[in-house]
Design a protein around this ligand. Structure first.
Ligand code: NAD
Length: 508
């Protein structure tokens, strides 16, 4: 984005990235991009047609064939250069995130850092792609395994991490020798173009990394394209399910990460001051627009009576406002999303939950047109009401009171989502039981947002992930490669030929 853009300026036109440079497909469909802290339209993003997507995929397929043949040391040197470029330009990336997503600058920098960790992991591709070798499995016969790239892979990302989520996938896919077509969220598309520029600066050949901007039309084109061999998707559960079902029907490998409702269980023996800090940080960071945000505190009796006032006290100290002004929490991403979340707050009141802090009353440090909603706290929320049942994806923290550990576990396990969860306790036995019994993919013990490091894999269970593999780590390497096993015999010219044998060889 052009930081000098004002309401009087023509909004930036945000196009695609094809053949190693910016590209406008000449589409007649464009979407508005807002600065959430002012409410102004700062950009217009081109929405790709099916034909434009097909053209980019065809280019990517051609570039991918050459890239697949590039040596491991060449691929690695590009990844190291990309790592340096992202590191050098992290402030620009963070500014682009804040300008279109709204999260505060510090948090945007943290997002870039978490993405960088995956780039660093992918720099180890030569080690990760090593196969196995068995010498002499039979007389004169050796067996070895290799992993080969798939071709063109599509990455479809959500609005809430415009840099980190693409970086969960793109560096690993490229390190494995694939070409990538990224379809970013149309709500905050600019950071993808900055990343494309950094790939080019790092020496990645044109056509190996591409960006198509767009909406459902572009997604459907990618899902139907015979040139796309695999799809990594992150977004809401209904779309994730659709992408998984459609992509696999078209014969593609698909991993589709969906929505979440993350529970933080607090046992009576926990450090309640620490638990209150954690609940506020994990509930309201990035205005609750994180798939790993804590949205439900499960307070095991009698914890809630002490914990709820501690949380409310901390909320009173938070400053909501423009992410460029050093505030704690920024606006929501769009006016429509803010209105939806405010509507769910009203639904919570109507359902009888106790509204302890009402974020609709917030006085933001920012322009009046921003998409503001302050931190909101409900106590005595009941499952079966919209505030509990829906993924709110905003700064709304619900406290559900339960009588025992068993009730807390049953609540978490009955939820259709299974992305992240946490338990706060000093009881190692209870924590260990929880870690074994809870049906959730990522578990924190006295850690509210247990996002795995890049060398582990990220992913939830149940309605939070469709497919068999998680993001990055070894799962990522397996997702972006096909395994092949070679059985080889190099006959000794001096030895007799084995001759004809119509049976399976036995102990030869
Ligand atoms: P979204 O589902 O609206 O959009 C995600 C992507 O899908 C975007 O690129 C969008 O253009 C595209 N899309 C939207 N509607 C579509 C449709 N009908 N058909 C085809 N494509 C479509 O999600 P969002 O609002 O951008 O992001 C927030 C959601 O993402 C939340 O539900 C959050 O929990 C989830 N999320 C999950 C994870 C995870 O790791 N599980 C991580 C980040 C975000």
């Amino acid at each position: 984005m052009n930081p000098a853009a004002t309401i009087a300026d023509e909004p930036d036109r945000i196009g695609h990235w094809r053949g190693g440079q910016p590209w406008s497909g000449g589409s007649d469909r464009w979407g508005d991009v807002h600065d959430p802290a002012t409410g102004r339209v700062t950009g217009r993003v081109e929405l790709a047609t099916r034909e434009q997507v097909d053209a980019v995929v065809a280019d990517a397929a051609a570039a991918g064939r050459e890239w697949a043949a590039a040596s491991l040391s060449r691929r690695t040197s590009v990844l190291f250069a990309f790592r340096e470029a992202v590191h050098r330009r992290r402030d620009e990336l963070a500014a682009a995130i804040t300008a279109e997503h709204g999260k505060v600058l510090d948090d945007a920098l943290g997002e870039v850092q978490r993405g960088l960790e995956v780039v660093e992991f992918a720099c180890g591709a030569p080690h990760l792609l090593k196969g196995g070798y068995s010498d002499g499995v039979s007389t004169g016969v050796d067996v070895y395994s290799i992993r080969q790239p798939l071709g063109v892979v599509a990455v479809i990302s959500p609005f809430n991490f415009p840099v980190m989520v693409p970086l969960w996938f793109v560096p690993v896919a490229i390190a494995c020798g694939n070409a990538v077509v990224l379809k970013p969220s149309e709500k905050d598309p600019s950071a993808s173009l900055l990343m494309a520029q950094l790939w080019a600066e790092a020496g990645l050949p044109p056509g190996v990394f591409n960006v198509v901007q767009g909406d459902k039309v572009a997604v459907d084109a990618l899902l139907a394209s015979p040139g796309v061999k695999a799809v990594s998707f992150v977004g809401s559960t209904p779309v994730a399910r659709y992408v998984y079902e459609t992509g696999t029907r078209h014969g593609k490998r698909v991993q589709a990460l969906g929505g979440a409702k993350n529970h933080m269980v607090v046992l009576p023996d926990a450090d309640l001051q620490g638990a209150a800090d954690a609940a506020v940080s994990a509930g309201f960071g990035s205005a609750g627009e994180r798939c790993m945000a804590v949205s439900v505190v499960v307070a095991v009796d009698p914890v809630a009576d002490s914990l709820v006032p501690l949380i409310a006290e901390r909320i009173a100290g938070l400053r909501t406002g423009d992410g460029r002004r050093g505030c704690d929490m920024g606006p929501l991403v769009t006016g429509a999303h803010r209105d939806r979340v405010a509507g769910l707050v009203q639904a919570g009141v109507a359902a009888g939950a106790e509204l302890v802090v009402d974020g609709r009353d917030v006085a933001p440090d920012g322009e009046a047109g921003g998409f503001w909603l302050g931190p909101t706290l409900f106590d005595r929320v009941e499952p079966g009401t919209p505030v509990y049942d829906e993924e709110i994806f905003g700064p709304v923290l619900s406290v559900v009171r339960v009588a025992s550990y068993d009730d807390a576990l049953a609540l978490v396990n009955a939820n259709p989502y299974g992305n992240g969860t946490a338990i706060f306790t000093h009881d190692g036995g209870a924590a260990r039981r929880f870690q074994r019994e809870v049906e959730v993919g990522m578990v924190g013990i006295n850690v509210p947002i247990p996002v795995p490091m890049a060398y582990y894999s990220f992913g939830g269970w149940k309605a939070s992930l469709f497919g068999d593999t998680h993001a990055h780590g070894l799962d990522g390497v397996h997702f972006y490669t096909r395994g092949k096993v070679v059985t080889s015999r190099w006959p000794d010219p001096a030895a007799p030929r084995p001759g004809i044998d119509l049976g399976f060889p036995q102990h030869t």
